[in-house]
Design a protein around this ligand. Structure first.
Ligand code: FAD
Ligand code: MLT
Ligand code: ZN
Length: 530
């Protein structure tokens, strides 16, 4: 078996150089069409009459808040504003949802956020916090005329302590910028994900984003040490702890991590950041069956122990999409039902390579993997990651829409969901090659190391027949296998009606009580979450 395919990689490296120069920022339009208004596609959603309607006096007041310390506002009530200036604030990344906000405000300081929320609360104006707007569940854009409060101008890095590794920064810092800053200090941000060029650290905290290396560096629920947050009544909660341990009272910051803007706005964070690894290896395997993927995972943990930093699953359909919609070359010539991207990160190159080689020898000998390559340099490493990270963008290019499900499942049954979904959509005559069928492809990939599957259904266009076939069927399937209907993307608008599949009535009612304590007027994130 040809394992180290250096000759293939000589060519792949050429593309990597092109990729390396390209910005990771997303283009603003993934799909050619402009989405329908959410309010029209989901007529069961009605504007809540509790909320006031924004008027010119409100805008004048909001503008006055920005006067001293800066900030910006896009005011759609003003006739001279080009309505398309609000498009980016009203449209989600998947182009499935579209809001009708008339005002998007970008404050520069926590004090301004506090004054804005205090005013909105007193006037009962609904608010949607917005970070990089890369969320995949429709959380970051309004449904009706909620005010968008975008954190993009709160983007300062305040301090970094090289001894403890504690970073203190504004919520609006782009994840990639935080990591580049840390790279200069030989450290890294403990989270990495495909949207790093656009998503903000505050948005990541608000969604408790998991990403590509949770397996090794843990969840933001553990690495975020402190938070500054503004409550809907304007109260500033300063919990900017820089200590690893702090067992005094309830850990209130945990309520904000993963709360998607439902309780208040995260304005600052402290995060504990690990040293940058001295040695990184990336291998890409072809695997003949899901059973063998499971074996490969189990053996990888046994052989690599502390240096295993990612174990990512990709099915063949996902890789065909990457072939079709990106310029990255296939790392393996032959097609395989499954692929695995495995990464190690450690401090001793020789030691790490020895461990990885021992694993690979063992996997080949036991015929667990059938083919594979190991990146020989940084550019090859980036190409292999591109085969995994690029799936989301390639899915978006396959048709005019994607139904996205992000679930946690016991590993043994994880991929069964993809097979059962394909079967269901075929039986219902929704999946097929001809344009009569709305579904183009059913794809499975994800963070296998965390038991997190991304089930994606690419469609020619968003179609209610497909949505009805999938919801609540997918959530029922997940609940019946004791999984979670949201592993990492959150609830947003998409999963709000389905939280009951993963949380008990008692837990949901406690969440509502807490909401009422934090936000009695319900101005934050209406129509979404719980
Ligand atoms: P937004 O999308 O702007 O907002 C998300 C939610 O948080 C909204 O409800 C919003 O109201 C709220 N919010 C935003 N900022 C704040 C704040 N400062 N305070 C309070 N509430 C706030 N997610 C993963 O978990 N793992 C992945 O591997 C991953 N990969 C991705 C790859 C691609 C290509 C894309 C497009 C998305 C991916 N995502 C992933 C989803 C998304 O990037 C994450 O959820 C990310 O954390 C969202 O950050 P954001 O700044 O874009 O937040
Ligand atoms: C990923 O792991 O790539 C993301 O969570 C994005 C997605 O699900 O498409
Ligand atoms: Zn993911």
């Amino acid at each position: 078996m040809l394992f180290l395919r250096k000759e293939v990689f000589t060519q792949v490296g050429r593309f990597a150089a092109v990729n390396a120069n390209a910005s990771t920022k997303f283009c603003s339009l993934r799909f050619a069409h402009k989405p329908s208004f959410t309010a029209d596609s989901y007529p069961s959603l009605q504007r809540d009459s509790r909320y006031a309607t924004l008027n010119q006096a409100d805008v004048d007041f909001l503008k006055s808040i920005l006067k001293t310390e800066g900030g910006s506002i896009v005011n759609g009530l003003d006739q001279s504003t080009d309505p398309s200036d609000l498009d980016a604030f009203n449209t989600d990344w998947t182009h499935k949802y579209r809001g009708k906000t008339e005002v998007a405000i970008k404050p520069k300081t926590t004090q301004q956020v506090s004054q804005i929320l205090k005013y909105c609360n007193s006037r009962k104006l609904a608010v949607v916090p917005q970070g990089g707007n890369t969320g995949l569940v429709g959380g970051s854009i309004p449904v009706f005329d909620e005010i968008v409060l975008n954190l993009g101008l709160m983007n300062k890095i305040h301090s970094f302590d090289e001894l403890s590794g504690v970073l203190s920064l504004d919520a609006g810092v782009i994840l990639e910028n935080a990591d580049s800053f840390l790279a200069e200090k030989d450290h890294m941000f403990p989270l990495d994900l495909g949207a790093k060029g656009s998503c903000q650290v505050g948005g990541c905290a608000a969604t408790a984003a998991g990403g590509l290396r949770l397996l090794r560096y843990g969840s933001l629920r553990g690495t975020i040490l402190g938070i500054e947050a503004v409550l809907p009544d304007g109260t500033i909660l300063d919990n900017m702890v820089t200590l690893r341990k702090d067992n005094t009272g309830l850990d209130l910051k945990q309520l904000f991590i993963g709360s998607e803007g439902y309780l208040g706005i995260i304005t600052r964070l402290t995060v504990i950041c690990p040293r940058r690894p001295r040695s990184t290896n990336v291998a890409f395997f072809g695997v003949s069956s899901y059973e063998n993927v499971l074996k490969a995972f189990s053996e990888s943990k046994a052989y690599l122990t502390e240096i295993l930093s990612a174990f990512e699953l990709m099915d063949n359909t996902s890789q065909r999409l990457v072939d079709a919609h990106s310029s990255t070359q296939r790392p393996l010539e032959d097609e395989h039902p499954f692929y695995v991207l495995l990464e190690t990160q450690g401090s001793n190159k020789e030691h790490d390579e020895q461990k990885l080689n021992a694993l690979i020898e063992h996997l080949i000998e036991d015929e667990v993997i059938t083919d594979g390559v190991i990146a020989q340099d940084e550019s090859q490493l980036r190409v292999l990651w591109e085969r995994r990270e690029g799936i989301t963008e390639c899915l978006a290019k396959a048709g005019s829409g994607v139904y996205k499900y992000d679930v946690s499942l016991p590993l043994k049954v994880l991929y069964d969901l993809v097979n059962d979904t394909k079967q269901r959509l075929t039986d219902l005559k929704l999946l097929g090659e001809s344009s009569d069928h709305p579904v183009i492809d059913v794809v499975g990939f994800g963070h296998m190391g965390d038991g997190n599957l991304h089930l994606n259904i690419a469609v020619r266009k968003y179609d209610k027949r497909v949505e009805k076939a999938l919801q609540p069927w997918v959530f029922e399937w997940v609940a019946s296998h004791r999984g979670s209907i949201s592993a990492e993307h959150g609830l947003g608008l998409l999963k709000k009606p389905y939280i009951g599949y993963s949380k008990s009535p008692e837990m949901i009612s406690l969440m509502k009580i807490l909401k009422n304590v934090f936000d009695p007027n319900g101005i934050m994130l209406p129509y979404k979450y719980v």
